[in-house]
Design a protein around this ligand. Structure first.
Ligand SMILES: NC(=O)c1ccc[n+]([C@@H]2O[C@H](COP(=O)([O-])OP(=O)(O)OC[C@H]3O[C@@H](n4cnc5c(N)ncnc54)[C@H](O)[C@@H]3O)[C@@H](O)[C@H]2O)c1
Length: 428
């Protein structure tokens, strides 16, 4: 723990919390000291994660600062801290105010994808530990810069791919390592969604009171191309290439990431993707990103991922299927794990025939809806020196690269090949 981060005891009252802004001399950090957290972005994910942070770490953290460029979400976040943390955080429109405060140990970056790079780079430069939502960054090059910066800064980084902390996926990984599915060269992964015709995919409800005065457009744009204020772009940013990689970096990265984790893989060697906007084609719908995507990955060591996503039917839901020559593991809807041995109509070896089918349910068998509380706790415990991050920056970048490869293949209509030596892409 660097010296400048280990100088305080936690101050409980709001008056004392206000004093945090002033440089102060505190006692050396002891086991009971709390970690001061700055919160950047309290939209849908930020608000949810804030609650989960308290659920798993209430006595170990204090959220001292909160930032959001929509005043409505800023007020909601502040209110949540007051209710769950019993202190009043200072509120900010500019995240750099938080980074400038030497008392802040760690920040959570919960903003749209195109802002992760500049915010995380600045946070690392300011010596903060960082929890950043997936995808790590909006381009491969930005992500590579963040990997370097994190190494240089020597701070803890956790990327928000929380499946790694889910007991179901950890069990799947153990089962693969124990050899229960034999050799596995093939994973199928899918994410299917559907919604009514008047509720198009990713057209999230725009807050009725949102306007140009309370939604800071310039700060939302950040490094993105300048353009006139647009409520849809601000609140439905996932639908536009300037701020999002669409399905590839929003959804697919979770599934390539967890495949890497369960199977002990890192980076694909190639990707070929295809798809388009097939369902949400209304005259008023100006989305850029596909609602239909398939991506085929090969990995260097004879391994393959077949990925598919569609926003027009949700019958098959969400899942990863690990297909081994001796058995199958399916993790479905992040809730259920099924293991089935391959009996080969009686021709399987006796050892395989002796294996029993397994069904585990996350809430019932492990008491968790998903891995999020554990994932955030892992970040906090890593800062305290008790654990190591399960989704470090390198893993976040590997998952993000697979996502960007799919986007680039789709946009260019070509197969992309990743050269692990030069760390560059080429099209074939
Ligand atoms: N791990 C997961 O399962 C998961 C799930 C959902 C979202 N996410 C990720 O979380 C991130 C946020 O997604 P979301 O759905 O909450 O989006 P959102 O639009 O609901 O929230 C984004 C928030 O950031 C604020 N914001 C925009 N620009 C800002 C700036 N310059 N400074 C401070 N605040 C700013 C907005 O006002 C908004 O409140 C994305 O990276 C997304 O991919 C992860």
């Amino acid at each position: 723990m660097p010296e400048e981060l280990g100088r305080r005891t936690f101050l409980k009252t709001s008056a004392a919390a206000a004093a945090l802004a002033a440089p102060a001399v505190h006692n050396a950090r002891g086991a009971g000291d709390r970690i001061n957290v700055g919160w950047i972005g309290s939209g849908t994910r930020g608000y949810h994660c804030l609650e989960q942070l308290y659920k798993g770490n209430k006595d170990k953290i204090v959220v001292t600062h909160i930032c959001d460029t929509f005043t409505g979400n800023l007020a909601k976040g502040k209110d949540r801290v007051q209710t769950m943390g019993a202190n009043t955080p200072s509120t900010h429109n500019d995240y750099r105010d938080i980074l400038a405060n030497r008392e802040v140990d760690a920040v959570f970056i919960m903003t749209p994808e195109h802002l992760h790079h500049s915010m995380m780079l600045a946070a690392l430069k300011a010596g903060k530990h960082v929890y950043v939502e997936k995808p790590l960054a909006h381009t491969i090059e930005e992500g590579a810069e963040l990997v370097k910066a994190a190494k240089k800064a020597g701070r803890i980084v956790q990327v928000g791919t929380q499946n790694r902390s889910s007991a179901l996926y950890r069990r799947a990984k153990e089962m693969v390592e124990q050899g229960l599915i034999g050799d596995c060269h093939y994973v199928r992964a899918f994410w299917y969604r559907n919604s009514a015709g008047d509720n198009p995919a990713w057209r999230y409800k725009i807050p009725p009171d949102a306007n140009e005065r309370n939604s800071d457009w310039e700060k939302f744009l950040g490094p993105a191309p300048k353009r006139a204020f647009d409520l849809r772009r601000y609140y439905q940013w996932r639908l536009y290439w300037d701020y999002s990689g669409g399905i590839s970096t929003d959804l697919l990265v979770h599934q390539t990431d967890i495949t890497n984790f369960v199977m002990g893989k890192t980076l694909p060697s190639s990707c070929m993707a295809s798809g388009g906007i097939y369902r949400w084609t209304g005259a008023d719908d100006d989305r850029d990103v596909p609602d239909t995507l398939s991506a085929i990955y090969d990995y260097p060591d004879r391994f393959h991922i077949n990925y598919s996503c569609y926003f027009g039917n949700d019958h098959y839901g969400y899942g990863e299927q690990f297909l081994g020559n001796e058995g199958t593991i399916e993790v479905l809807n992040r809730q259920d794990l099924h293991y089935t041995p391959q009996l080969l109509r009686g021709a399987a070896p006796e050892a395989v025939k002796a294996r029993k089918e397994v069904h585990l349910n996350g809430p019932k068998d492990f008491g968790e809806p998903d891995g999020l509380v554990t994932h955030i706790r892992n970040f906090i415990e890593s800062i305290r020196g008790a654990q190591k991050p399960v989704a470090p920056v390198e893993a976040g970048q590997q998952a993000a690269i697979s996502g960007h490869m799919a986007t680039l293949s789709l946009k260019n209509g070509k197969k992309v090949v990743w050269d692990a030596k030069t760390e560059k892409l080429r099209y074939v």
